[in-house]
Design a binder for this molecule. Structure first.
Ligand SMILES: Nc1ncnc2c1ncn2[C@@H]1O[C@H](COP(=O)(O)OP(=O)(O)OP(=O)(O)O)[C@@H](O)[C@H]1O
Length: 276
């Protein structure tokens, strides 16, 4: 049984079907990518998994238990951690205090003792933000704030980490170090499910990738297979090397670049090469 199982999930907002019979899994000790064009339903899936959104239909199983109707805090207590696209840290507290609050909350939930300085320092060190420990959270660069979010999440010692666009705001070398950190966390047994627009990072670190388009999973597989999958190329680019004649019909409809973020393309040179 997989650490996380999303089973035939549907989410409707009035007439909008944000998630359309999506099924996919994420395993312990592996990094799983959840990708797709803008509006594909990735964040809504994360909301269903973490308990912020009740699905119209379908089930979520986590760590051998059905959690579809379980409140957010109980999923957290069972070992599910999440970061958000929008940064959630307390701006007026220092970086160190932010991590301290997260540790206090998690240890309170678990009924354990208060954190010591060593625990705090280890977490800051782990994500590489020790140098910012005394800075106010609202004064640090966006990329550093994302690492702070991760440190706060790791304070709960999660079995599953849900990361929503974790590398946005990181420069190239920070992204490289971040990728190494994710691999390290997975090697320690943590399952990671990541929504990410940086295709270079996704292709480098993910063990498996699921691709959403219009709320449905259109492909699942290893990075190499996803990269060359005609359906995926079509979802991102509006055409694929297998069906170049359809491009004119698709662009301007629901595959219009104005609706689907083609800004990912410059960071996936191999894909561009593959479809030209
Ligand atoms: N609360 C809501 N009410 C109505 N429609 C919504 C709501 N939340 C999301 N949607 C719609 O559901 C669809 C999926 O949105 P979602 O944010 O899950 O996509 P996404 O893949 O995360 O996009 P992005 O990459 O831009 O973050 C979109 O058409 C969006 O407009």
């Amino acid at each position: 049984m997989s650490l996380l199982e999303v089973d035939d999930v549907v989410v409707q907002f009035g007439g909008v079907t944000a998630v359309n019979h999506a099924s996919f899994v994420a395993e312990a000790g592996r990094i799983t990518g959840l990708i797709g064009p803008n509006g594909a339903g990735k964040t809504t899936c994360f909301n269903v998994i973490s308990g912020l959104q009740k699905p119209t239909k379908g089930k979520v199983r986590f760590d051998s238990k059905t959690v579809t109707n379980m409140p957010v805090h109980r999923r957290s207590k069972r070992g599910m951690g999440r970061t958000f696209q929008r940064l959630e840290a307390f701006g007026s507290l220092s970086v160190r205090e932010n991590v301290r609050v997260a540790l206090d909350i998690h240890r309170g939930l678990l009924g354990l003792v208060k954190p010591g300085a060593a625990d705090l320092d280890a977490l800051l060190e782990r994500v590489g933000i020790s140098a910012y420990a005394a800075e106010r959270a609202d004064s640090i660069p966006t990329g550093t704030a994302r690492l702070l979010e991760l440190a706060r999440c790791l304070a709960g010692e999660p079995k599953l980490l849900l990361l929503d666009e974790p590398s946005s705001g990181l420069d190239e070398s920070e992204t490289g170090a971040f990728g190494d950190l994710l691999k390290d966390l997975a090697a320690g047994g943590c399952g990671i499910l990541m929504v990410e627009h940086d295709m270079d990072l996704v292709m480098k670190v993910c063990d498996e990738i699921h691709v959403l388009d219009f709320g449905s999973v259109i492909a699942s597989g290893l990075p190499g297979a996803i990269r060359s999958n005609p359906k995926v190329q079509k979802a991102y680019l509006g055409y694929s090397d297998e069906a170049p004649d359809e491009s004119a019909a698709l662009v301007g409809t629901h595959h219009d670049p104005a609706l689907h973020d083609t800004s990912v393309l410059p960071v996936v040179p191999d894909e561009i090469g593959a479809v030209r």
